[in-house]
Design a protein around this ligand. Structure first.
Ligand SMILES: [Zn+2]
Length: 68
């Protein structure tokens, strides 16, 4: 029974991680990050998908149109 609880805990932890981890489209050249639905992100050729926290750590700023 203890094993089941541990497994359940891992699953819940994993799910919450997916919900709270925000992925943004980061442009390393301009240092601006967009949300995944932003038009600028869709046409961006140099952009990479990274965690929002990672984008901010790299000195990224939120896009003025989509808010990051
Ligand atoms: Zn944007």
């Amino acid at each position: 029974m203890k094993k089941v609880i541990i497994i359940l805990g891992v699953i819940i932890y994993g799910l919450s991680g997916m919900v709270f981890a925000e992925t943004v489209i980061y442009n390393p050249k301009s240092g601006i990050y967009h949300n995944q639905y932003c038009h600028s992100a869709k046409i961006c050729k140099v952009c990479i998908k990274i965690d929002k926290k990672e984008a901010q750590r790299r000195g990224g700023r939120a896009c003025k149109k989509c808010g990051g």
